[in-house]
Design a protein around this ligand. Sequence first.
Ligand SMILES: NC(=O)c1ccc[n+]([C@@H]2O[C@H](COP(=O)([O-])OP(=O)(O)OC[C@H]3O[C@@H](n4cnc5c(N)ncnc54)[C@H](OP(=O)(O)O)[C@@H]3O)[C@@H](O)[C@H]2O)c1
Length: 273
Amino acid sequence: MITIAGGTGRLGSLVIRRLAQRGLEVRVITRDPARAAHLRDLSVEIVAADVRDRAGIRTALQGASTVLSAIHGFAGPGRVSPQSVDRDGNANLIDAAAQTGAEVILMSVVGASAQHPIELFRAKHAAEQRLMASRARWTIVRATAFLELWDDIMTKPIVFGRGENPINFVSVYDVSAVVERVILAPGHRGGIIEVAGPQNLTFNQLAELQQRVRGKTEKVRHIPRAILRAGAPFSRQARAALAMDTIDMTVDPTPRKAANRPLTEPLEALSRR
Ligand SMILES: NC(=O)c1ccc[n+]([C@@H]2O[C@H](COP(=O)([O-])OP(=O)(O)OC[C@H]3O[C@@H](n4cnc5c(N)ncnc54)[C@H](OP(=O)(O)O)[C@@H]3O)[C@@H](O)[C@H]2O)c1
């Protein structure tokens, strides 16, 4: 039984579809089964649990052979935070998996580190460390920013900050293909796999591509850094936006091209939505 925490999310839903189409037994963990309505056409088991509830998570993992953690607490309903979900919730999942003998595949971020300016990246680092120190068999999949998420965030052509900083974007479909491969192929176990897209793009370039795909020529507006700085003490989104406008978030895609991974070009990924 493959159990997916975060199975209702952007990535988790794609992975579930891939696994269910192969006829594999899949369980989805969600805080609210209503959020799994789009998965009801697939024969998947839906279990209500919150990763912040240690006992509830232990029950939800009964009978699981593999656990995929595709959760995050950066944003979303339920007063989540990277500390409570990505660090402590993942710790609950990892400990429960170690007890029940399930292996763990942890979704993390390229650049996760203890000193990273974005708190989500620090919380992912803590989860990675917890997993590597646990008795559970493990694989960590780190991804760069999901292009489709940012396409949704930038429904209107509004860019946070100057938008001149190059960032690596990857299609969530490519990430789901890699995660499926990790789940199915035992040869991948016990390592850190980084999934990145074929191009680094600035937010200004992404806004231009979106306009091309949508056939629009609207003026791109910017939320100035000064506004982000003013909001930073109160908002983790403002802090992250400032970091994304200033720190190095590029990835050299050359090794990925050599590694026979799916590498959808941003224009193609945006066009097929
Ligand atoms: N988005 C990106 O740019 C990006 C980049 C690199 C890595 N990643 C990683 O990839 C994974 C998937 O990201 P995504 O963008 O697809 O996520 P998403 O669509 O935002 O979905 C988030 C998921 O987390 C679950 N979740 C949040 N708090 C929870 C809690 N307390 N208990 C149980 N479940 C909880 C939600 O489930 P319910 O609401 O149904 O409970 C939801 O399914 C995450 O681990 C993320 O950190 C994402």
